[in-house]
Design a protein around this ligand. Structure first.
Ligand SMILES: [Zn+2]
Length: 498
């Protein structure tokens, strides 16, 4: 029989199924037609899971909307059709980047408290522009998860969607169902209600029979529900935002992750790191990381920055990312870049060694000229003050960016793993040392604890070094105190914004 379905809001488990028809009757007479009309205009399914409840109406089983919130959603109809057409979300989102403090009522049992922590960890592992933190003071929390006891079929609900760029302020869970019951879907239910609070709608809003075994879509599709690019328009199997639970845990699916990332990506940072094939922005002051490009960025070959853009080579293409956009808008500047050995940026140009040539590419137009050949085996490169500095063939070369003519500043540099430049000096990781070299080739060691340095860059007067599973922030004027910006494994390429 089809009614053995658990809803987030209403339990239709086998032992309750006999009550379902009673409930339908109950709700039918209790919601005024004009409310139903407005909900439908805002794209909600009103055929199931709708009833008058407390100070508003319970919609799609678990979203509690007051009459004014319903009016607002219905009026946002035109905004939605002209807004960013982007799984489904509302037109209201939470201001990002931001930290969301969530308090959970201590009245919930250990199983629920653990599920709460697991739900937050699930979100935080996505490196979104929103981070989620357990907060112990109810009065200063952004979202309160409230325990209430009611001998009813209501499991719980989110009090609406974001408003005024803040998350919905409360989530209510019925301890009649959620204390002492050890439910397997506890983490998913909490993550689901948080999903509503930050603007996500039901994944299967267009056809709720997909998860609920009943219902359909009476709303005008596409109104008030904005499709998120890169996610299916059809119901998304096992999504955390399906309207009804099947009683099992539903971790984020690949499509869920795409929906979260696309909605809450964040590009406006100062440091950019590709690690484990993820394209991240990093706050250079506190090390917080955000996903900038949501798609897989495997096998990146090189990364550089100039003119406020970030350039990467991947799969033989040179890409340019506009990090002034929140979602890291990225275009290809052309192919033929396979086997790029090293890349740097400055003064509006990107300099790259590929196919044995040193190429100079205009960061705006993508136009490329060769500065000459003989560059096979280049180990590291940086640009400063009209010269490209590079280690190739064991020599430390200084090359004029306009003529391509080179002079050697010294030899013995085989095995250099990273290079950057700042304020008249070139910094080089070589043989476990960090060396500082002036523009005439005079070199001193700044320390010998830099074995296995994989990438190095500068921003804002600091040198950032990926080494030993950490991202270090070095002040060149204070080399004895080197704070870590946190654990970073699998760093492939890195650049500071230039
Ligand atoms: Zn829901």
């Amino acid at each position: 029989m089809k009614k053995t379905v658990l809803s987030f809001a209403l339990v239709f488990a086998a032992f309750f199924s006999c009550q379902q028809d009673d409930l339908k009757e109950l709700k039918k007479g209790s919601v005024p037609d004009d409310i139903i009309g407005k909900l439908q205009a805002a794209g909600f399914d009103t055929s199931e899971g709708l009833m008058k409840y407390r100070n508003g109406y319970l919609v799609e089983y678990d979203i509690l909307l007051t009459e004014s919130e319903i009016n607002e959603l219905a009026e946002s109809k035109s905004a939605a059709s002209h807004g960013r057409v982007k799984h489904y979300r509302t037109t209201n989102l939470v201001t990002a980047p931001g930290r969301i403090k969530i308090h959970m009522d201590p009245g919930f049992d250990t199983h629920m408290q653990n599920a709460f922590d697991a739900a937050l960890a699930r979100y935080n592992s996505e490196s979104l522009a929103l981070s989620f933190e357990r907060w112990y003071t109810s009065s200063t929390a952004d979202i309160r998860i409230i325990a209430f006891y009611e001998n009813s079929n209501v499991l719980g609900f989110s009090s609406g969607f974001p408003s005024g760029s803040k998350p919905a302020s409360s989530i209510s869970l019925n301890t009649f169902h959620y204390n002492g019951t050890q439910r397997a879907d506890a983490t998913t239910v909490i993550a689901h209600e948080i999903g509503h609070a930050i603007g996500f709608r039901h994944t299967d809003y267009m056809n709720r029979s997909f998860s609920c075994g009943a219902g359909g879509n009476e709303g005008s599709a596409g109104v008030g529900a904005v499709h998120i690019p890169g996610t299916p328009t059809a119901p998304s199997a096992n999504s955390w935002m399906l309207a009804c639970s099947n009683g099992t845990d539903r971790p984020f699916t690949t499509e869920d992750k795409a929906a979260l990332c696309t909605t809450y990506a964040f590009g406006k940072e100062e440091l950019y790191v590709i690690a484990n094939n993820n394209w991240n922005g990093v706050d250079h002051s506190n090390g917080w990381r955000y996903t900038v490009i949501c798609s897989d960025w495997s096998n990146p070959e090189a990364m550089a920055s100039t003119s406020g853009y970030v350039f990467t080579v991947k799969d033989g293409e040179l890409y340019r990312t506009d990090v002034n956009t929140y979602d890291g808008a990225t275009i290809s500047l052309g192919s033929g870049w396979g086997g790029t050995e090293a890349m740097t940026g400055g003064g509006g140009y990107v300099y790259a060694v590929q196919g044995g040539e040193l190429w100079k590419t205009n960061g705006t137009t993508g136009a490329t000229v060769s500065l000459g050949g003989g560059w096979s085996g280049t180990e590291a490169i940086t640009v400063m003050g009209g010269y490209v500095y590079a280690v190739q063939g064991g020599e430390f070369w200084k090359t004029d960016v306009n003529t391509g003519s080179s002079v050697s500043l010294g030899s013995g540099w085989e095995g250099t793993t990273a290079m950057t430049s700042y304020n008249g000096y070139i910094y080089t990781a070589h043989g476990g040392h960090l060396y500082r070299t002036d523009t005439n080739g005079n070199t001193i060691s700044l320390g010998s604890w830099w074995t296995n340095t994989t990438a190095m860059t500068t921003y804002g007067g600091y040198i950032f070094i990926a080494q030993g599973g950490q991202l270090w922030k070095l002040n060149p004027n204070d080399i004895n105190t080197i704070p870590s910006l946190g654990a970073w494994n699998g760093v492939q390429v890195m650049t500071g914004l230039q």
